[in-house]
Write a protein that binds this ligand. Sequence first.
Ligand code: HPA
Ligand code: ZN
Length: 340
Amino acid sequence: MSVETLIQTIPKAELHLHIEGTFEPELMFAIAQRNGIRLPYSSVEALHTAYNFSELQDFLNLYYQGMNVLLEEQDYYDLTWQYVEKIARQNVVHTEIFFDPQGHTSRGVAFETVLNGIFHALQEGERQFGISFGIILCFLRHLSEESALETLEIALPHQDKIIGIGLDSSEVGHPPAQFQKVFKRAHEAGFYCVAHAGEEGPPEYVRQALDLLNVARVDHGNRALEDPSLVQRLVDAQIPLTVCPLSNLKLCVVDDIAEHPIKTMLNHGLRVTLNSDDPAYFGGYVNENYLALANAQLIDENDIIQLAKNSFHSAFIDDARKKALLAKLDVAIVQRTDSA
Ligand code: HPA
Ligand code: ZN
């Protein structure tokens, strides 16, 4: 069995995915047209060409511009449904997706419009394809903690649809320490908590996410590798890192995919998972992220299986679902050995 087939056939979870980052240019143009909004690009190709980033902020500027065309519940449904259909073809059996409500409510779109569109598409995905899911609300860290607190208040009546709270957007200059109050409230309300840290920000931001925000997972976490005692702590506590190789490449966190630190992470015994982050902008969904590392000879078959296992061990699911997904993975592994 080729490595491509192995990646394609094993069941896996995706744990770091911004739904607004799955907005493919074709769908963006279609929704812009139906909402009577003009995009500042003459064509899908022109938009594609603009996807050239030298850092996180370059990408975020386009990411916020893109999401501006989303207005109606149907828009959020269509966006999410396109992602669901994509991952169904990639054997993703569980997904935990981020959304950025402040990127929508600030334009006058109701929180419920956003959440219901996303939720109903994921529900339909569970019905049709058996893909379980969780929705994680992210606060935009370039905005104030006050704004995050207001957003949390709006979210509280919708806890049946939201499993967790995260922190994203421009990292440097917006340390986790600025969001202690809102994360404390989120913990008290029973949300799982995660945060982006160590993508562009220093190891100290990863420490703050652990110490001050009490996160259960760190999104990205690459720069934790600069601090051996922090690595040891992440290993000892088996705190998952949701790593996104193609994102790291496109945002110049690594200069070349061959320089991606995945092997170092695995060798340290870190609980690493592979994810696509913003696949429409970074050139690949979850399987393409596995494949990019395999093609660069950074991960072998055993690593691929370990990464898929890690994805289930790191997911916010109950023990019964975890057991079922790990059993599914075992079946796929046995079938691979049989067909070899
Ligand atoms: N980092 C920070 N914020 C984001 C990202 C990311 O990779 N993607 C979408 N918002
Ligand atoms: Zn992200």
